[in-house]
Design a protein around this ligand. Sequence first.
Ligand code: NAD
Length: 257
Amino acid sequence: MSLAGKTAVITGSNSGIGLGVARELAKAGANVVLNSFTDNEEDHALAAEIAKVTGVDAKYVQADMSKADDCRRLIVAAGGCDILVNNAGIQHVAPVQEFPTAKWDAIIAINLSSAFHTIAAAVTGMRERGYGRIVNIASAHGLTASPYKSAYVAAKHGIVGLTKTIGLETAQDPITCNAVCPGYVLTPLVEAQIPDTMKEYNMSREDVIKNVMLERQPSKEFATVEQLGGTVAFLASDAAAQITGTTISVDGGWTAL
Ligand code: NAD
């Protein structure tokens, strides 16, 4: 299905999964609004490149997803938000007794509260325009836990709960709200965890990838940003109009274990 004429706002999309989702939605015809907290030339250049390659309108809007006002300003600046992809996220790994309070607060703000603010700002316009797709990028950690990721696992379980609630609140509107739960995807967020894990387990990069990161991913392969983008594009299509308030795992079998 063509998403021509729809506008998609993807939070945290100057890198990784968010950028992959933006590219796939643009390929499907949607105009895209890219976002992160920085305001660099390269950020705006990404939007220009997507516009050039796909022919859609694309722009970059700086907004810090740790701040409630910025989350709501992003939706206003988009000038209409038909497809909202809450993707911005950070990670911190530490045992709970050593977990810095500031990191807990930042993870809850960026990975969870930002979605509440953007959804609250977007849903009225979606109702008025008669179409809305909300896709929250959760994680396999929205359905299962791992040690040392207390804030991340709490935020991702929270986003699954928020997804169900918004699915119910919008069930009689032409709006859906779902969460996509990726397993490991090789993005800068994951890449950054490799050196510490190599030290912790005294392992080579290859062994960390196969035996630690992909230990719980039965396929033994990373999911790709294109696969995540394709899943979001499907959720935005007419075929997915009755899929709401649920999760779709893209995790190579992780949560089947
Ligand atoms: P990434 O680090 O490549 O991307 C994170 C994005 O969020 C970046 O664009 C970054 O600029 C943005 N961001 C960070 N703080 C922000 C802030 N305060 N305001 C606005 N934007 C901000 O990581 P990724 O792997 O692409 O992660 C994207 C999402 O996917 C996250 O929610 C993450 O939890 C989730 N996820 C990733 C994986 C994985 O294996 N990579 C697995 C499951 C879920």
